[in-house]
Design a protein around this ligand. Structure first.
Ligand code: ZN
Length: 632
């Protein structure tokens, strides 16, 4: 296994140079071979994939800035190299010589996918179009890296007195950095979450909300604008009208019309429920007509604690991160017939990072995964799972991925998670399982390498367990008394589950609409105008002086024209969970069926077919509406 703890600039530089050389040799071998097959292309692909996991990945997580910078530079080099592979005319000739007359389904899919990549690289275009395409692709890679760097580099810090932070618990205050008499609110999630959910000073919430939603605005708006224009130009080179059409051709949704249809169907149902929710939520003498974006999470959090009859600060005491994580592992072991074992973390990039191995129960080892759970200076600021290696090579036999998150650190603070954070942990662990269990002989279809609008379904489904009494009682353990949440508290929490659910969903819908708007036929519209147009759907008045699109990392992080996928996948994830709902939340037989039919195939089978095989019918949105109490 690659040893991240020993990585330094020199070793990484050598590794990058050597691996790119190795890849060039693989390319030359293919070109001079008289019997090329798909495995040759797979070797090339897995070598590129893994070097990215060894080096580019460090741009998001390494504690040293110079190594993060190197990782980001390497990311750009590797992506460029990968593009050049598909540009190569001689390689394309060799691809066309591959005989697939006796190939199995998986190989036929891989062959087809490679063909699309070659076509997308410009084979079949005029020389002029092709040269322009290369320029566009290179520029888009540069823009993508700069965009996420600018978000991570935003060091906005706000200073408040204790009075201005009224509503925060003692623990939350203790977790904040201090500067003489003032508390410092950084743009890290634990700080921002504490304010937006618990601070009862409206003005403080407003200041923090605006700062957070205006991160990197000056630097990133021009970058985003350029990317949007280039994407549209690129889609036209291939005969598509819009980037969304180009991007959706290989997705479950297939085209933007199907995405629109999903939104058109759901929006009125959500809006109707949201109007009622607003009335139920308003507190602190705020007028309904005057509800601002920075009130919503505060209202919801307050109503939730009233309904569940427990304060957030008290609820957190039941969710010490290591206890939650260990019990989550046990639940997954039982439901999915797995074993999860702790490994020495001596290969990790930071002492706080954990290494675990994933096994079939009483069987073979499937994968490794790292958990990098706590915030650090310069680290990736969201929660996500990164593929490090697809396995199956001499260098790395088993797949490896890493969860990268920003949960409260038990080594420097109390390590107590909010309920939302517990949900996030389960969600991300769904990605880990998908990464670790998905099998294919081709790197391209291993683990979570499936249709992109399906990839969130195996993570969305995991969030359900957090709420189910059978699981909730197990993952909760009071930090002082070791007691689990009482049955009654679990029920109360569930009563609070859907509070404000439509308001929150509409905010997500607005993100998806903005994404579709800028990648649709009106791509030329001003970005602030796009932001504001998308907010109309929420029925909440947004301020005119913020533009969160600048800090919306998804837009240049691979989710362009694809953010809708979260909702799409949530609908599917809810439908998948309906079998657990009906046959037993912790049912091992459903769990194993789910593992075999949904997780194991990775990207080898179209998601539509996997889902139908697991459900025994086509998927629909009934379970989604049921979960949110929106069934009429
Ligand atoms: Zn996810």
């Amino acid at each position: 296994m690659f040893n991240y703890s020993e990585a330094n600039l020199e070793s990484l530089n050598n590794d990058l140079d050597n691996t790119l050389e190795e890849c060039k040799k693989l390319v030359e071998n293919i070109k001079s071979s008289t019997s090329v097959n798909l495995n040759d292309f797979n070797d090339l692909e897995s070598t590129v994939y893994d070097v990215s996991g060894r080096i580019a990945f460090l741009g998001d997580v390494h504690p040293e800035e110079k190594i993060r910078d190197f990782g980001n530079e390497a990311d750009s080099k590797i992506q460029n190299f990968a593009l050049e592979i598909f540009n190569d005319d001689d390689l394309y000739k060799k691809y066309n010589e591959i005989d697939i007359s006796d190939a199995d389904k998986e190989s036929i899919e891989f062959h087809k996918d490679l063909g699309i990549d070659f076509k997308n690289a410009g084979h079949g275009l005029s020389d002029e179009s092709r040269n322009r395409l290369i320029e566009i692709d290179k520029r888009l890679i540069e823009l993508g890296i700069a965009f996420s760097e600018n978000i991570a580099k935003d060091k906005t810090e706000l200073r408040f007195s204790e009075v201005e932070l009224s509503g925060l618990s003692k623990n939350e205050l203790n977790n904040l950095k201090k500067d003489e008499e003032k508390f410092i609110i950084t743009m890290a999630y634990p700080d921002v979450n504490a304010i937006s959910e618990n601070c009862n000073v409206r003005n403080t919430r407003e200041i923090v909300w605006k700062a957070f939603n205006n991160r990197a605005v000056e630097d990133n708006i021009p970058i985003l604008k350029e990317a949007v224009l280039l994407r549209n130009e690129k889609s036209k080179l291939f005969g598509f009208e819009t980037w969304a059409e180009y991007r959706l051709q290989n997705r479950m949704a297939k085209n933007p019309k199907n995405v629109d249809a999903m939104y058109k169907d759901l929006i009125p149902k959500l809006q109707k429920a949201a109007e009622k929710e607003k009335k139920d939520l308003v507190i602190d003498d705020i007028e309904i007509t005057d509800i601002s974006p920075w009130d919503i999470r505060y209202f919801i959090s307050s109503k939730r604690s009233k309904t569940s009859n427990i304060e957030n600060s008290e609820l957190k005491k039941y969710f010490f991160i290591h206890d939650v994580k260990n019990e989550m592992f046990k639940v997954c072991e039982e439901v999915f017939d797995l074993e999860i074992k702790s490994e020495s973390n001596e290969t990790a990039w930071h002492e706080d990072v954990e290494l675990w191995s994933l096994w079939e129960k009483n069987g073979e080892q499937l994968a490794y995964f790292y958990l990098d759970l706590y915030p650090r200076e310069g680290k990736f600021t969201h929660a996500a799972v990164f593929d490090i290696s697809s396995g199956g090579s001499d260098r790395q036999e088993l797949p490896i991925c890493s969860m990268v998150a920003n949960f409260p650190n038990p080594n420097t603070g109390d390590g107590l998670m909010t309920f939302d954070e517990v949900e996030t942990l389960f969600h991300e662990f769904g990605h880990v399982l998908h990464n670790g269990i998905g099998k294919s002989k081709y790197t391209r279809f291993v683990g979570a390498n499936c249709e992109w609008d399906f990839v969130e379904a195996p993570s969305q489904i995991m969030e359900h367990w957090v709420w189910k009494v059978e699981c909730l009682k197990r993952i909760s353990k009071h930090i002082e008394t070791s007691e689990p949440l009482s049955e009654q508290l679990c029920k109360k929490l569930n009563e609070s589950k859907n509070i404000g659910v439509s308001l929150l969903a509409l905010r997500q819908v607005s993100f998806g609409l903005a994404d579709q708007h800028m990648h649709g036929e009106n791509f030329n519209d001003d970005l602030l105008q796009i932001e504001q147009a998308s907010q109309v759907v929420t029925n909440i008045a947004y301020p005119k002086d913020t533009n969160h699109l600048a800090a919306f990392g998804h837009l240049l992080g691979g989710y362009d024209a694809a953010y809708y996928g979260y909702l799409w996948a949530e609908i599917i994830g809810d439908d998948l969970f309906s079998r657990f709902e009906n046959e037993g939340v912790l049912s091992n037989s459903v769990g194993v069926d789910y593992k075999n039919k949904i997780l194991k195939p990775g990207g080898t089978i179209p998601a539509e077919n996997m889902v139908e095989s697991f459900l025994g019918r086509k998927w629909d949105d009934e379970a989604f509406l049921f979960q949110k109490n929106l069934l009429i």
